[in-house]
Ligand binder design. Structure first.
Ligand SMILES: [Zn+2]
Length: 111
């Protein structure tokens, strides 16, 4: 039997962490977009950096969305059950990916 209270706490602090990350990235992108005189090469590098930061931000948003649905599954007593096949997700996996919606078999299949 999974201790959902424990995972709820883990998920909540993980969400906080990612929200903080997004905040930090947003501040960084904003700062870099300030109009400054730059040569073309520098501007190109800047653009790449911003793309990387935006990609990181998108990743973080995705994780938060997964955390939110995991929290929802805790409320509805579906936490730790694969949303694909209905089998239990091993605690071993949940310890590594507490917001996992799929069991290891289904996760590997969808890769
Ligand atoms: Zn599955």
């Amino acid at each position: 039997m999974i201790d959902t209270d424990e995972y709820k706490n883990i998920l909540l602090s993980l969400r906080e962490e990612y929200e903080h990350k997004i905040g930090a990235i947003s501040a960084d992108v904003h700062h870099k977009n300030e109009p400054v005189e730059k040569d073309f090469a520098e501007q190109a590098t800047q653009r790449e950096n911003d793309d990387v930061l935006n990609a990181l931000k998108e990743d973080a948003k995705q994780v938060i969305a997964q955390i939110n649905s995991a929290l929802h599954r805790i409320e509805t007593d579906e936490y730790g059950i694969c949303t694909e096949c209905g089998n239990e997700i091993s605690e071993e996996r949940l310890k590594i990916v507490p917001y996992a919606a799929l069991c290891i078999e289904c996760a590997e299949k969808s890769d």
